[in-house]
Ligand binder design. Structure first.
Ligand code: S3P
Length: 455
């Protein structure tokens, strides 16, 4: 199919090494589009009436899995040029039963948000993913979605593969999030779209709000009010007509994070990352790094496609330890692996509190970070859900081989560790990086990182 992007990942594992570069990192880059916004653009575009034009779409494997799933249910999705896509929607309730299993690869966001959509479409579909996704908990969405009247048959422990039969006569739901998860919030709101009446999610702790912003952008009626006892009540009025609207996807701060930390920990570096999305529900990493003494300047601050963005100029310098409070976790949930690298290079103790959700990401990231940091000679411990890292302000030893465990962010974080460490750090398989950050290696190498395949 001319519109499809073919995955070029090789069948064999791809080990990669990060080693101290001979010169400081320097230059200006733009990282790919925001993953969260890209998934939502394709899903809501497919549910809208008319043609949605998207620019800056992330063309990573996770997002391509969402595109394939929406196509399999009748939406017409075309790639016009790099990052430029158009979606002809079928309208809310207009999706058709897919003829085959929907395989969402490594993507928890694709799986959980789509289950929300499927829960109120009256047909049966089958959903699966790779070994990582098949090990991740789905009850957090199947429980609230069952309340709409959807039926799920899952593997032991509520895991994929699963079958979902969407409710024929869905009933609206009011649901309080038991975990601070934008994926769960979004699944419930998306199910509410094809449900008469009002669906409400109560969010005690703020999580990323891209679904709400984009629903508003497409003309849905959404009310956000303070909840009793703190947090927000988010209500969507069911069965709106979503009207196609252009979407500009900002650069993903979760991808920029790797370049930012690399720029901070390679002595003498000065780099700029352009057009980084700075939605306040996503900027916990920048707050944490600022507390650690990082030199990051926000240049050319502006609003693009309804999201605040800026060019970030990063200068290397000494970092010190900090206390990262648990309430900051949702705003930097994907950034802990690379913050761990910054903390390992900093002087003093960094305590990251309230990391329970890291155990159910693409891998158990709390365990993976602790094991990887220890292998690199870093003083690290896990106490309950907290991670404690003691740095002495000198580069960690490195000289380690890190198991990626199908986790893109563990792979990228430890490659960045290799740039700072005394001896190189290898990751056993860099292929998962293509799920969120295609072009990571050449882009970082343009700054002078020198990531190299092991031969
Ligand atoms: C995402 C939400 C986060 C994040 C994930 C993307 C989203 O997950 O880890 O990478 O797009 O809604 P949770 O909301 O489950 O924490």
């Amino acid at each position: 199919m001319p519109n499809d992007l073919i995955s070029h990942s090789s069948p064999a594992a791809m080990p990669l090494t990060g080693a101290r570069p001979k010169a400081p990192l320097s230059g200006t880059i733009r990282v790919p589009g925001d993953k969260s916004i890209s998934h939502r653009a394709l899903m809501l575009g497919a549910l809208a009436v008319g043609r949605t034009e998207i620019s800056g779409l992330l063309e990573g494997e996770d997002v391509l899995a969402t595109a394939a799933a929406m196509r399999a249910m009748g939406a017409s999705i075309e790639r016009l040029a790099e990052g430029r896509w158009q979606v002809d929607g079928v309208g809310i309730g207009g999706l058709a039963e897919p003829a085959d299993v929907l395989d969402l690869g490594n993507s928890g966001t694709a799986a959980r948000l789509l289950l929300g959509v499927l829960a109120t479409h009256p047909f049966t579909s089958f959903v699966t993913g790779d070994a990582s996704l098949r090990s991740r908990p789905m009850r957090r969405v199947t429980d609230p979605l069952s309340r709409f009247g959807a039926r799920f048959t899952t593997r032991e422990g509520g895991r994929l593969p699963l079958a979902v039969s969407g409710a024929v006569n869905p009933v609206p739901v009011e649901y309080t999030l038991p975990v601070p998860s934008a994926q769960v919030k979004s699944a419930v709101l998306l199910a509410g779209l094809n449900t008469p009446g009002e669906t409400t999610v109560i969010e005690p702790q703020a999580t990323r709000d891209h679904t709400e912003r984009m629903l508003g952008h497409f003309g849905a009626t959404l009310r956000v009010a303070p909840a009793e006892g703190g947090g927000k009540r988010i209500t969507v009025v069911g069965q709106p007509e979503l009207i196609a609207a252009p979407i500009v996807v900002p650069a993903d701060i979760s991808s920029a994070a790797f370049a930012i930390v690399a720029g901070l920990v390679v002595p003498g570096s000065e780099i700029t990352i352009e057009g980084v999305g700075l939605n306040p529900s996503r900027t916990g990493l920048l707050a944490s790094l600022a507390e650690m003494g990082a030199d990051i300047a926000y240049l050319n601050e502006r609003v693009e496609g309804g999201e605040p963005v800026a060019d970030l100029r990063v200068r290397a310098g000494a970092l010190h330890g900090a206390e990262i409070p648990p309430e900051r976790a949702p705003s930097m949930i994907d950034e802990y692996p690379v913050l761990g690298v910054a903390a390992a290079c900093a002087k003093g103790r960094t305590v990251m509190r309230g990391l329970a959700e890291l155990r159910v990401k693409e891998s158990d990231r709390l365990a993976g970070m602790a094991a990887g940091l220890a292998a690199c000679g870093v003083k690290v411990s896990v106490e309950g859900d907290d991670l404690i890292i003691d740095g002495d302000g000198n580069p960690p030893a490195g000289n380690a081989m890190i198991e990626t465990r199908l986790d893109h962010r563990i792979a990228m974080a430890f490659l960045v560790m290799g740039l700072a460490a005394k001896s190189p750090v290898q990751v056993d398989d860099a292929r998962p990086i293509a799920t969120s950050f295609p072009g990571f290696v050449p882009l970082m190498n343009r700054l002078g990182a020198g990531f190299a395949e092991i031969v």
